[in-house]
Design a protein around this ligand. Structure first.
Ligand SMILES: [Zn+2]
Length: 298
């Protein structure tokens, strides 16, 4: 009888202990779930907070496709910012409204919707005071969006200018198409940009075949390039990189837009294939970013 009582008492104690453990475990799981949720919520607002908090040197963020945000001091500029877009694989890490609170200059290379993003530009027009730098080939779209002339700086290839203490060299861009061809509507107005920000130069070539205009550039610190079939693909990207020998090399125009048979020639990039063909020294300067990543430029 005593033995049976002991067994019952021990089992009861064990049960109580187990219950306490389970209840602590449940509390722990609840806290974890809450923390996880908080973290997920936190991540959604992280990029704009990171941009606002950046104070020292030059900060660079990739927001997908040819979209770059570059901040030096209090000045924030963008190139071909593509946020709200139906063909995006993932939603953007920053909204146009958030960006509008900080952006000073929006550089646009040509009128295609994945570069001159209509919905983002309308929000920037209404909720920011940013200047739009764009080639003449974009002006008809700008008019449709009702961007007033005083908010536009027209860029013409090979005609340098200064804006907000930045030196800008518009670079010729000749647009390609599927099967490595030159695009039927290619023109001499579309423009890439060599942007000199506090002595550091950034080359955004836009969508273009490889041109002597690119190879003649002597001082490129940060290179963005597009290893897609309709741009410089693998071989010409390697030539561009080896000729310019920049300090930072960033592939763009990849991993942002859904790839299928009809988008493949422009949405599929080959950044790994380019990297494989570079020397060890060049590979160390080569960075394949994920959307939302930040790089501190020295
Ligand atoms: Zn493009």
């Amino acid at each position: 009888m005593l033995q049976l009582y002991s067994v019952i008492t021990i089992n009861r104690r064990l049960c109580l202990k187990l219950c306490a453990c389970f209840s602590r475990l449940r509390l722990y799981i609840t806290i974890c779930a809450f923390a996880l949720q908080f973290d997920v919520v936190g991540q959604e607002t992280r990029l704009i907070d990171e941009i606002k908090a950046h104070k020292d040197g030059i900060g660079l963020w990739w927001v997908g496709h040819n979209g770059w945000l570059i901040k030096s001091g209090e000045l924030l500029i963008s190139t071909d910012i593509l946020l709200d877009y139906d063909k995006r694989i993932e939603p953007p890490k920053i909204t146009a409204e958030e960006l509008a609170s900080e952006l000073d200059i929006s550089f646009i290379t040509h009128a295609h919707k994945d570069h001159f993003n209509r919905s983002t530009s309308v929000v920037l027009l209404e909720k920011s005071e940013c200047i739009f730098v764009m080639p003449e080939s974009c002006l008809s779209v700008a008019e449709l969006l009702k961007i007033p002339k005083e908010r536009i700086k027209v860029a013409r290839p090979r005609e340098p200018f200064d804006i907000n203490n930045i030196s800008v060299k518009p670079i010729r861009a000749i647009h390609g198409n599927a099967n490595f061809s030159i695009y039927y509507d290619a023109n001499l107005q579309d423009s890439g940009y060599l942007i000199d920000l506090d002595g550091t130069t950034f080359l955004q070539p836009g969508d273009s075949h490889l041109l002597e205009d690119h190879l003649f550039l002597e001082d490129v610190d940060v290179l963005f390039f597009s290893p897609t079939e309709h741009n410089m693909y693998i071989d010409r990207s390697v030539i561009l990189i080896n000729t310019l020998n920049p300090d930072y090399i960033f592939p763009q125009h990849h991993s942002t837009v859904i790839v299928n048979e009809s988008t493949r020639f422009w949405a599929k990039g080959y950044p790994d294939e380019v990297k494989l063909r570079l020397s060890k020294a060049m590979q160390e300067k080569y960075h394949i970013l994920k959307v939302g990543d930040k790089v501190q430029i020295k």
